[in-house]
Design a protein around this ligand. Structure first.
Ligand SMILES: [Zn+2]
Ligand SMILES: [Zn+2]
Length: 170
């Protein structure tokens, strides 16, 4: 939970909201996101004359992931600038655009953790490699080709290279 007290924000005009979201918090369930440590977030929240609320700052988290190529477990650190914009329903003409999160008119408290979760899902890389030239696993025997070689690694020459070679020598 990262509760933002809207009455207090109105009184003070701006607030700093710093907090952590535990890695085992219920809000990560069914997201595919696994944190290896708590997410940290530090936001400056301001309320504009128009009633629009802008939270801007930074979040840092470590995702437990695995190399897409060799399946080795690895940690991906995300350090992201965050900008969250909220607007009370009654200040919006129409539905607002996709960037703006709409608040029902009687909202007193917003849980920013929900929005942060969405930001993490958007920022999480879907394709990570343990090293730029990871050799992956042998498709036949499953050997980790970063660690070892296997008998099946003897490849037949790829005929496509012949075409390239022929082009080069012209
Ligand atoms: Zn790898
Ligand atoms: Zn093999």
């Amino acid at each position: 939970m990262l509760p933002l007290d809207l009455a207090r924000l109105s009184r003070e005009g701006s607030l700093r909201l710093e907090g952590r979201i535990p890695s085992d918090a219920a809000l990560w369930e069914d997201t595919g996101i696994r944190l290896s440590e708590p997410l940290w977030v530090d936001l400056r929240v301001t309320e504009a004359q128009s009633g629009e609320i802008v939270a801007r700052g930074e979040m840092v988290c470590s995702l437990a992931s695995e190399c897409r190529c060799c399946l080795d477990p690895m940690t991906v650190t995300l350090r992201e600038e965050v900008t969250l914009i909220f607007a009370p329903q009654d200040t919006l003409d129409g539905t607002g655009d996709g960037e703006i999160r709409v608040l029902p008119s009687d909202t007193r408290e917003v849980d920013l953790a929900e929005s942060i979760r969405e930001e993490v899902i958007l920022a999480a890389p879907t394709y990570v490699l343990c090293r730029p030239n990871c050799r992956g696993l042998c498709v036949r025997c499953g050997a980790d080709l970063n660690e070892t070689t296997c008998e099946c690694a003897v490849e037949e020459p790829d005929p496509r290279w012949d075409v390239l070679r022929a082009l080069k020598s012209e």
